[in-house]
Design a protein around this ligand. Sequence first.
Ligand SMILES: [Zn+2]
Length: 140
Amino acid sequence: MSNAELLVGQLSHCKETSPRKWIARCPSHDDHSPSLSVRELADGHVLVKCHAGCETQEVLESVGLSMRNLFPDNQRAIDRRKIWAKKHELIKELLSEEKMYVLIFNAHVAAGKSATELEVKRVALARVRIQKIERILGDE
Ligand SMILES: [Zn+2]
């Protein structure tokens, strides 16, 4: 969802008058005839104008948004957060796999089975990874 769509989704009596241009009742004053214009530029910038004279900041705050919602940077920040959330999920998956490896290794040793040099090295690596990941994740 673009910033413009986020804004117009909150406005009442909103009409798209031409592609990426909307008119709606201004949420910042007692508006009976739609006097708020919203326009989305090709680069994602959003222009907002209340023809009755409300400050753009007031208009945005009335619907829980702020000036930064007029800039495409915010959309990129949302995308970055989504990417981070995915990485975070993968890191947690890796953590549980490494923990599983250590558990299985310990069970084998406890059952009196011998471990190869490679398996001993691998479990040492798993323990290092677990420590590193848990440090990154902090106290979640
Ligand atoms: Zn207004």
